[in-house]
Design a protein around this ligand. Structure first.
Ligand code: FES
Ligand code: FE2
Length: 417
């Protein structure tokens, strides 16, 4: 076992103040992110801040558009803009009436200067590619051409067979704190007294904490870091202290035995292990209920807030399973597991963020074997983050062709003058 231990004790050697991970205070840009259930976007534009970028989400004629929520003239919020020409897919800024085509971002009128304004055709506002699938709005946050949505969004969410449930919150903390703490040993301690697990007997630790980088996940065709722990230990004797954890009568259920140890539960839809993938989302089989796969994204809003986007995909085989699954989700799995249980994670993200604010950047440690997971996650980001990591990908080269020197609000033809 010792060689295995050594093999898995790594330090985040690639992590320096200049590493892609360290610089990603507000996340990795060149990805599609799930941002909002479409039903929550009405006729009024909605302002969101994601990855430090203010966005206005706008629905027109059953299409969803995302543009920068800052007018290039004087910075007024476009989410306060008006639909002055219904049917034309444009929005007029509330301040002086610069009017933009929502698809191209081109300025098509400056209302308060008259139809022959010089501004027309010379200015554009930044647009963000947006697509709606399975009732969720996804936005590409990069500056180059987007990769196909399917490259970034898990196949089990997009497949017609899955029934999707979404829950999201804006919470306090840096997104990386949640990604780092998403797996790696905390389950036995932090979640022990959660209502969702009160009747479960929980063990003490995994004798071997393993994390494996799977470069090409067979289900999602992308790199995942998998938590592949083994040898579940139910109770152990801690020198000078005694046995832990204590046996409790009310903990009568041993679901890990039925389904395999935590982290090695039986396969659901081809997924066996808990795993994390870029740009920062966790995948958990059999959560929040059996025969479901759960995903949670940590999407930076700014350095101290993030959008906690929880999406679960359930796979009922018939109408009865579908009704039962929905009932179970609405009464138990959603509020108790995706809600209260996950609030425990949210709490320690807050603490970790405040700790870093006071003490400076503080990374996981190779002294503690379960930290193999966050340490390898940091390495994974430094290597694989699209357009920012050190590893060059052969797929979808367009996103690398970004000329960031061109001010985003000027048409390219005008940038030289
Ligand atoms: S600030 Fe938008 S038109 Fe002036
Ligand atoms: Fe957790």
């Amino acid at each position: 076992m010792e060689s295995k231990l050594r093999q898995n004790i790594v330090s985040a050697a690639s992590d320096t103040a200049e590493s892609p991970y360290s610089k990603a205070v507000t996340g990795f840009k060149n990805y599609w992110y799930p941002v909002l259930p479409e039903r929550l976007l009405g006729s009024k534009p909605k302002r969101m801040v994601l990855l430090g970028e203010p966005l206005a989400l706008i629905k027109r004629n059953n299409s969803v558009y995302a543009i920068q929520d800052e007018c290039p003239h004087r910075g007024a919020r476009m989410s306060l803009g008006k639909d002055e020409f219904p049917g034309t897919n444009t929005i007029a800024c509330r301040f002086h009436g610069w009017t933009f085509n929502l698809a191209t971002g081109s300025c098509v009128a400056a209302l308060t200067e008259g139809p022959s304004s010089n501004v027309v055709g010379k200015v554009r506002i930044r647009t963000f590619p947006a697509e709606t699938r399975k009732g969720i709005i996804f936005v590409w946050m990069g500056k180059g051409s987007p990769v196909p949505l399917e490259e970034d969004i898990p196949a089990l969410i997009l497949t017609p067979e899955s029934k999707i449930k979404v829950r999201f919150r804006q919470v306090y903390g840096n997104w990386r704190q949640h990604a780092e703490g998403s797996a790696g040993g905390h389950f036995f301690m932090l979640h022990r007294d959660s209502i969702a697990l009160l009747y479960h007997e929980l063990g003490a630790y995994n004798a071997i904490s393993l994390a494996q980088l799977q470069e090409h996940d067979p289900v999602d065709k992308r790199p995942y870091l998998l938590e592949t722990n083994s040898d579940y230990v139910w109770q152990d004797d801690y020198p000078t202290l005694g046995n832990w954890p204590p046996k409790r009568l009310w903990r009568f259920s041993r679901p890990p035995r039925r389904r395999g140890a935590r982290g090695t539960s039986t396969v659901v839809q081809g997924i066996k292990h808990i795993g994390i993938s870029l740009p920062g989302f966790l995948r958990v089989p059999h959560f929040p209920q059996n025969n479901a796969v759960y995903y949670e994204w940590y999407i930076a809003i700014d350095s101290h807030h993030y959008l906690y986007m929880q999406i679960s995909a359930h796979f009922p085989k018939n109408i009865f399973q579908r009704i039962w699954g929905t009932l179970w989700y609405n009464i138990w799995a959603g509020p108790i597991r995706k809600g209260r249980f996950n609030n425990q994670d949210k709490g320690v993200v807050r603490d970790g963020t405040e700790f870093e604010d006071r003490m400076g950047v503080h990374r996981p440690t190779s002294l503690f074997q379960p930290d193999i997971f966050p340490l390898m996650w940091i390495e994974m980001c430094n290597e694989y983050a699209r357009g920012e990591g050190w590893r060059v990908s052969d797929t979808s080269p367009e996103w690398r062709e970004v000329d960031s020197k061109i001010p985003i609000y000027l048409e390219k033809d005008d940038s030289s003058s």
